[in-house]
Design a binder for this molecule. Structure first.
Ligand code: CIZ
Ligand code: SF4
Length: 322
């Protein structure tokens, strides 16, 4: 604990020295979210992180999240230095959607509008007509469907099929998945729900359809936090990364939050409801990023040609969200 306090003191000094602000995702560890709050940074979902970083006056952004979030920050703020605690923090959706294969999929269906989830590389975004996050995907697809568009959706197949079901839109789905949400199990959830009959079930739509079907509320991280705050229930069973409990408990003090079951025990689940890449964003790595030595392992660069192309579908989403 004393060591942690030392890290925090040094990080605060470095943030000032470098004119930097810490932007953290809801899925990072609680102490990282607390540090972002204490230092005037932000804790949010990927859409809000992108907006906050773009609009903040700081010269340097330090993005505690996963690589696509750092890339999105750089695409929106090329004049800022964008640092990450580690460039190794990736995402199974990004890894499972390489640009060459995805482009070939798009080329095979040239009459389709290409909608990609924010959890993708800058190169995949550059191939897209629209970028969406889970907080706005439904509205954007509804809009495109109302214009009679046929849609290519990538990479999350669970989110894609949920949206297709909700909107009735014609969607071709890339077959990617999030290793965290894919693990939630409907059968174990049904058993847990039987033990807590008054609990409401909150589910992120990256979860399998069988789990989404049991939900009392389905939504993005910020929408689930809002649901815990506004619904009358005293108890919630929550199917998303457990990092969310930090902000959800703040928003809904006094309510009981229970993790949805991943079915496995510690030995058999891949992530046990916590993203292994989000977990790489520790205090030590944040200090290392801000210290300014070893920049090639911390600084985000996006090729200017790619940046320019990826900015178009990203701005389309941000304009739509206004
Ligand atoms: O699962 C993720 O990485 C999410 C929910 C990202 C986001 O949009 O905040
Ligand atoms: Fe990717 Fe899932 Fe981790 Fe989010 S929680 S960064 S979607 S692997």
């Amino acid at each position: 604990e004393a060591e942690k306090a030392d890290y925090k003191t040094r990080i605060k000094a470095l943030l000032k020295e470098r004119d930097a602000v810490l932007v953290a995702h809801y899925y990072t560890d609680p102490e990282i979210q607390a540090l972002a709050e204490e230092t005037g940074g932000c804790v949010s979902d990927s859409l809000e992180m992108a907006r906050f970083g773009r609009d903040h006056a700081a010269k340097t952004l330090i993005v505690a999240g996963v690589k696509f979030m750092g890339e999105t920050a750089k695409i929106l703020s090329p004049e800022k230095t964008v640092l990450m605690p580690t460039l190794e923090a990736t995402c199974s959706l990004d890894l499972g959607c390489p640009e060459d294969a995805f482009s070939a999929f798009c080329d095979a269906h040239p009459d389709h509008t290409v909608v990609v989830y924010a959890n993708t590389s800058a190169a995949v975004k550059a191939r897209a007509d629209w970028v969406v996050t889970s907080s706005i995907a439904l509205e954007i697809v509804e809009h495109l469907d109302s214009e009679g568009k046929q849609i290519i959706w990538g990479p999350d197949r669970h989110l894609g099929s949920y949206i297709a079901k909700q909107t009735g839109a014609n969607m071709l789905l890339w077959q990617g998945e999030c290793i965290v949400h894919d693990e939630f199990k409907a059968k174990a959830l049904r058993e847990l729900k039987a033990r807590y009959p008054d609990a409401a079930v909150l589910v992120h739509p990256e979860s399998p359809a069988s789990v989404v079907e049991m939900a009392d509320a389905v939504g993005s991280t910020s929408q689930l936090i809002r649901a815990a705050q506004t619904m009358d229930n005293d108890t919630f069973i929550v199917a998303t990364d457990r990092g969310i409990f930090y902000k959800m408990q703040q928003a809904a003090p006094g309510k009981t939050l229970i993790e949805a079951p991943t079915g496995g025990n510690g030995a058999t689940c891949r992530s046990c409801a916590h993203c292994p890449w989000m977990a790489m964003n520790g205090l030590k790595a944040i200090e290392a990023a801000l210290s300014g030595s070893d920049m090639e392992n911390h600084e985000i660069h996006v090729d200017e040609n790619l940046r320019y192309k990826a900015l178009i579908p990203l701005d389309r989403m941000l304009d739509f969200a206004k």
